[in-house]
Design a protein around this ligand. Structure first.
Ligand SMILES: Cc1cc2nc3c(=O)[nH]c(=O)nc-3n(C[C@H](O)[C@H](O)[C@H](O)COP(=O)(O)OP(=O)(O)OC[C@H]3O[C@@H](n4cnc5c(N)ncnc54)[C@H](O)[C@@H]3O)c2cc1C
Length: 219
């Protein structure tokens, strides 16, 4: 729809999915992302839900769903490293980076502006205005919040107290190259979602496909 200006705050997968659909529908939509250096390399394996597959289909990227690692089952270990429980729950992991790059490449550069942090969003009868950390501002008919867990847009709509509260636990994640995994561990872990549960903590390991460019993806 020509002339209807939309600003999307946040340029991760949520922002890119929204921008891709709006851009295709003919809207004047621009993403503002605070990260200066880009988001590549940020993610690992994403256990994609059906909305992601739907998005791949709509964007013409259905083939990317085939670049994946599949876990055939879930296994639960005890402290001695023995499998104490199994569940036949097949699921597949896609590469976060592959998704990010593929959708980022669909948008012209002038529609994805990095290094611009939004510090406030205000609205009036004519639309909404985003206020940048560098002092600039921009008005749009619509502002979409895709700015994650500490969303500025959410607080503009739902109030200052809408920020999430720390609930007392933290998450670490790490990526290990497949070839460095000892054979014994590889035989236990590969093709599986592997859990170790103990009091107050929970560990999870799974295979993650390496990101490759869509151009190299099998047709
Ligand atoms: C280890 C890990 C595993 C995950 N596994 C899964 C999984 O298995 N399945 C799944 O569906 N999801 C998974 N996720 C979550 C998944 O990565 C997100 O759902 C996905 O990235 C989409 O999130 P989003 O775009 O809504 O928000 P985010 O990815 O949080 O992105 C928000 C973006 O907004 C930008 N931003 C924030 N504030 C501002 C501001 N004020 N101005 C400008 N830009 C701003 C941030 O820099 C960021 O790029 C996982 C995440 C992690 C970390």
């Amino acid at each position: 729809m020509k002339g209807f200006r939309i600003i999307i705050v946040g340029g991760s997968l949520g922002g890119l999915f929204a921008a891709t659909l709006l851009h295709r529908a003919g809207f004047d939509a621009t993403v503002y992302e605070r990260s200066v250096h880009g988001l590549e390399g940020r993610g690992a394996g994403l256990v994609a839900q059906r909305e992601v597959f739907r998005m791949l289909h709509v964007a013409g990227f259905a083939r990317l769903a085939h670049i994946r690692a599949t876990a055939q089952a879930r296994v639960f270990f005890d402290r001695a490293g023995q499998i104490v429980r199994r569940q036949q729950t097949p699921q597949m992991q896609l590469s976060w980076d592959m998704l990010f790059r593929s959708f980022r490449n669909l948008l012209p550069d002038e529609r994805y502006i990095g290094g611009r942090k939004i510090v406030a969003v205000t609205q009036d009868a004519t639309g909404a205005t985003v206020h940048f950390a560098d002092g600039g501002e921009e008005h749009a008919d619509l502002v979409i919040g895709a700015d994650g867990i500490g969303s500025i847009v959410r607080s503009a709509v739902a109030g200052e107290n809408s920020h999430p509260a720390y609930v007392g636990y933290a998450t670490w994640r790490g990526l290990v190259p497949e070839l460095t995994i000892p054979d014994e561990a590889a035989a236990q872990l590969f093709d599986r979602f592997a859990f170790y549960d103990t009091q107050g903590s929970h560990m999870l390991g799974y295979l993650s496909p390496q990101a490759i460019s869509p151009a190299k993806c099998p047709g």
